[in-house]
Design a protein. Structure first.
Length: 246
């Protein structure tokens, strides 16, 4: 039996499914430590869980799913852990490519790719091209991503356009900045979920989450399943989004 509830403010009594869900996938290492397993096992289970959650989102009607897989700050972790996570991304793309196609998932990877090796970059580009026409859901994997860097990069692109006389200074506005972020085709998230109990956004989508609803759960990411996703959507349906209005 579904545990989804109806939105209190919705007079038609129809459940509102967030169009765009963003998830900070936290807790892989703590999940592994709690089971006396190597940290890399936690990362592997976390990676395997992503396609399951993407399928759950498709079933519920979510159209966009953005996940925080690896931040710019994560490069400062021990080298063996970093190397494993980077290799895990390539392995994930190799193993799940057919699953992405079978389930109609369009994949995009957003972030600063400068530190990735060419083989990984080529694989990212290949899977993005292969899945480009899929339309059931867009899965945005934020890898080597930092929101502050994204905003800096957007400002640099705008500054270059001004320098080249393509736009004028007084044409800079919120819409122009949004269009120069990594993937402007994505709408702002309706719901941001963070797993594993931390109560912060950790430099994720800072520009885009101005009016996003937040949901925090103590569940570690490898254990985050459809039931936990439904709980988050239930919570979302108890909110009244006023966007600064009364």
């Amino acid at each position: 039996m579904s545990i989804l509830v109806r939105k209190k403010q919705n007079k038609s009594n129809i459940l509102e499914i967030p169009r765009h869900v963003a998830i900070i996938m936290d807790g892989n290492a703590r999940w592994a430590k709690s089971r006396k397993l190597p940290i890399r096992v936690g990362h592997k289970f976390g990676s395997d869980n992503l396609i399951k959650v993407a399928k759950n989102c498709i079933e519920l009607g979510v159209k966009y799913l953005s996940v925080y897989a690896f931040s710019t700050e994560n490069w400062n972790r021990p080298k063996d852990e970093v190397d494993y996570i980077v290799n895990l991304l390539k392995e994930y793309l190799n193993q799940e490519q057919q699953q992405l196609m079978d389930n109609g998932v369009k994949l995009i990877v957003s972030g600063n790719m400068n530190k990735l090796n060419q083989e990984t970059i080529d694989k990212i580009n290949q899977v993005q091209k292969i899945t480009h026409n899929n339309s059931k859901i867009i899965l945005n994997i934020a890898f080597s991503y930092g929101a502050r860097q994204e905003i800096v990069d957007a400002i640099k692109k705008i500054g270059l356009a001004i320098e080249q006389n393509k736009i004028k200074f007084n044409e800079i506005n919120e819409d122009l900045i949004s269009k120069n972020l990594y993937f402007s085709e994505l709408p702002d998230p309706d719901l941001l979920i963070r797993t594993a109990g931390e109560l912060r956004v950790s430099n994720f989508l800072l520009w885009q989450i101005a009016y996003t609803e937040f949901y925090f759960t103590k569940t570690f990411w490898p254990d985050f399943d459809k039931k936990e996703l439904q709980k988050a959507i239930n919570s979302f349906n108890q909110r009244e989004r006023r966007y600064g209005k009364r």
